[in-house]
Design a protein around this ligand. Sequence first.
Ligand SMILES: Nc1ncnc2c1ncn2[C@@H]1O[C@H](COP(=O)(O)OP(=O)(O)O)[C@@H](O)[C@H]1O
Ligand SMILES: O=c1ccn([C@@H]2O[C@H](COP(=O)(O)OP(=O)(O)O)[C@@H](O)[C@H]2O)c(=O)[nH]1
Ligand SMILES: [Mg+2]
Length: 209
Amino acid sequence: MGTVVEAANKGANGSILEKRKPTIVFVLGGPGSGKGTQCANIVEHYGYTHLSAGDLLRAEIKSGSENGTMIQNMIKEGKIVPSEVTIKLLQRAMEESGKDKFLIDGFPRNEENRAAFEKVTGMEPSFVLYFDCPEEEMERRLLSRNQGREDDNIETIRKRFKVFLESSLPVINYYDAKGKVRKIDAARPIEEVFASVKAIFEPKNEKAD
Ligand SMILES: Nc1ncnc2c1ncn2[C@@H]1O[C@H](COP(=O)(O)OP(=O)(O)O)[C@@H](O)[C@H]1O
Ligand SMILES: O=c1ccn([C@@H]2O[C@H](COP(=O)(O)OP(=O)(O)O)[C@@H](O)[C@H]2O)c(=O)[nH]1
Ligand SMILES: [Mg+2]
């Protein structure tokens, strides 16, 4: 039974993840659009495991890994770290969690990230949550985030906005063409945004009338 699904999920590396067939939701949106904030809410209500690609990369810098300096420099410049580095961290985190429902926050950030992830893991997202927010609002939020991040300064923020428009939006457009994007107006208060998020995660009542 399920041979068609199994074939569709089969990736190139024989990973245990294939056997578990995890559910994946990509959480995308510009820097400061509220991805991390809303992911925390989703985890609380819907039992997903939150994996922030940015957090994994920052942890990798702290761990003193051989890639640490390269990653740090790229983040400081708002550039996208090579796929193989980020994908390895995501795969490891998924494996180690022992869980099977993931919010992947802030990845894929460009078409190459996306294609490499799908190829290496053999997985596609169930859907993509896209937090849509104007730059002025994102800029305000980032400048008052106060997490001591090296990239939350106006110079790097401008670079991140440019990278988002040029490289990350095409990923959203790609999934939109496949009918997989759930777009949310993220320029509202946190609770209002979460109300829209809930409507996406709640099971549909087919017989509602
Ligand atoms: N809807 C919102 N309205 C106002 N501030 C918000 C909202 N969502 C998040 N924030 C704040 O904006 C900053 C960036 O949010 P965060 O969730 O870290 O965004 P992202 O992960 O997309 O960069 C944080 O300080 C957060 O508390
Ligand atoms: O898949 C990823 C995710 C993040 N980053 C880098 O990490 C930074 C911070 O990402 P994060 O998602 O934490 O920032 P946010 O958008 O949440 O503010 C980005 O600007 C990139 O330089 C990356 O290269 N690849
Ligand atoms: Mg974040």
